[in-house]
Design a protein around this ligand. Structure first.
Ligand SMILES: [Zn+2]
Length: 510
């Protein structure tokens, strides 16, 4: 009996040994070229981790809303310029949009970078319960403080490899404003900024380390409807007035009835921007801002029906539909499978960062306070996510349009606490400081390693391009963005004028 047990133990020990050999061989099979090793080594240096960590924290403290990201954009552009990149600023009609380039000729590999914040989410960093820095001020509730920072870190690492190994090709960082309002990319495409790009590495902050392919998110029209009425004394001569606010209300009632007859893929939400200033003055001007979302093939029909609701409201109230101002319009994302497969290998190569006990403890406290599963920080990378055949999500990103003009996939890198809620103070609290530093560094490594693959292995880039060309034949890019739309530079101007002076005291200057 004892002998059998010993035999079993020896056998299982042998099996473990064999597995270990097999596993280490499969690790050894991952081809780490000298160029790739050099970008990984560069990014592993403690002073490099600290540099980009501090840049991310500074942008977190600026928390600038879309198209007002003057300090964030300037810091990122200068960081790239100081590293030797050629930087073009103020592109596509947006002062905070920039492109930083290094290298020469083909292939041209792009990395996207976002840096805008969200309104009303101010929160103290690494405090696991809601505790605003400034009540009502903006905050980085989507981790964009880490994103263009990670892109810059990756591109600068690639630049050093280009110099050291005389790599042919160009690396570009696309400093993309106002992603939270999905504004910049259709305008950047219209301005021709992606014309010479062979492939793009997109990135997003996450609690996971993951990538995916296929269709994702919803297409969207973002439009402000403005009605013009006639003012009057609300009590003295109401018959002389025509309330523009009535038109907004009737439009909203009409669109809410419309919902019943829309496909379940739709999403629609609005805020009233302007609705008068006192009940005793009939408002002669009122406006409502709509997000109209659906799949690429259903969006235009839905949008037309929403416009009809606005027209009907004007007719019913004797007001005029004075302006239909489309701020932006975007497509669904179509992530490239070959790109995702390549990025996945590099995600696995980099692996999940090691979190300290203190970081796990912060995560557990936050999860507890949010009523989420208490699990600490994540310990392993995820496997490649396949596209859903049923529903691909209600949200949207203007990355979608880029995926229709060049092959693209998104590397989601960790840093946020699992269970923290997007566009919520819990992301602001956790995506700052040490976990953000480590997470963005892991993301930068995966991006830099992928860029090296695309620059140095023509056969890998060809796989992406072939898939993209085949897809484009059936899905040629036709922008939803109306030709007369312009970037709404005024959109967050007033809000930032209000908050910036109060936020200045809390700036973490880099
Ligand atoms: Zn985001």
């Amino acid at each position: 009996m004892k002998n059998i047990l010993i035999k079993k133990l020896v056998l299982s020990g042998l099996l473990v040994f064999v597995f270990q050999i097999l596993f280490s061989q499969s690790l050894a099979k991952i081809d780490i070229s000298a160029e790739k090793q050099s970008v990984l080594n560069h990014l592993a240096q403690p002073e490099v981790i600290e540099k980009y960590g501090k840049i991310s924290d500074a942008i977190w403290s600026y928390a600038e809303l879309g198209l007002q990201e003057f300090k964030s954009s300037a810091l990122l552009a200068k960081t790239l310029e100081d590293a030797g990149f050629k930087v073009e600023r103020g592109l596509a009609g947006m002062p905070t949009c920039f492109v930083a380039s290094y290298g020469s000729g083909k292939p041209v590999i792009g990395i996207l970078g976002e840096f805008d914040a969200l309104p009303m989410l101010s929160q103290k960093g690494r405090v696991p319960e809601q505790d605003p820095l400034i009540e009502g001020a903006p905050g980085h509730g989507c981790g964009h403080n880490t994103m263009c920072t990670a892109a810059a870190a990756a591109a600068i690492a690639v630049k050093q490899a280009i110099d050291e190994y005389k790599i042919q090709g160009t690396i570009k960082v696309f400093g993309s404003p106002a992603e939270e309002t999905v504004i910049s990319r259709p305008y950047m495409i219209r301005a021709g900024l992606f014309d010479d790009v062979d492939a793009v590495i997109d990135n997003h902050s996450s609690s996971k380390f993951i990538t995916s392919y296929g269709k994702g998110g919803n297409a969207l029209f973002s439009t402000i409807f403005t009605f013009k009425g006639k003012t009057s004394h609300s009590a003295g001569a109401p018959w002389s007035g025509r309330s523009a606010l009535d038109a907004v209300e009737i439009m909203n009632v009409a669109t809410n009835f419309l919902r019943e007859h829309l496909h379940y893929t739709h999403r629609m939400h609005y805020v009233v921007m302007q609705g008068g200033e006192a009940p005793n003055v009939v408002p002669d001007r009122a406006s409502v801002w709509y997000y109209v979302r659906n799949t690429d093939d259903r969006l235009e029909n839905m949008y037309e029906r929403v416009i009809n609701c606005a027209k009907a409201a004007a007719l019913a109230t004797g007001t005029e539909l004075a302006e239909v101002r489309c701020l932006t319009a975007i497509h669904q994302k179509h992530a490239n499978k070959a790109a995702a497969e390549l990025f996945q290998k590099n995600i696995e190569l980099v692996g999940m960062p090691e979190w300290s006990e203190e970081e796990h403890e912060f995560a557990r406290k936050l999860q507890e306070n949010l009523g989420r599963k208490v699990q600490g920080m994540p310990t392993a990378v995820d496997s490649l996510r396949k596209p859903s055949r049923v529903f691909v999500g209600g949200g949207s990103s203007d990355v979608g349009d880029v995926s229709l003009v060049t092959p693209l996939a998104t590397i989601r890198y960790p840093g946020a606490v699992p269970g923290a809620i997007g566009h919520h103070w819990s992301i602001v609290a956790g995506n700052y400081g040490s976990t953000a530093w480590k997470g963005l560094n892991a993301g930068a490594k995966a991006m830099a390693a992928s860029a090296i693959d695309l620059l140095t292995k023509p056969e890998e880039l060809k796989k992406l391009r072939d898939e993209f060309e085949a897809y484009s034949k059936d899905h040629p890019y036709k922008p939803f963005l109306p030709e007369d739309s312009e970037p709404p530079l005024d959109l967050n101007e007033e809000l930032m004028k209000k908050w910036r002076p109060l936020m200045k005291d809390y700036y973490l200057d880099y």
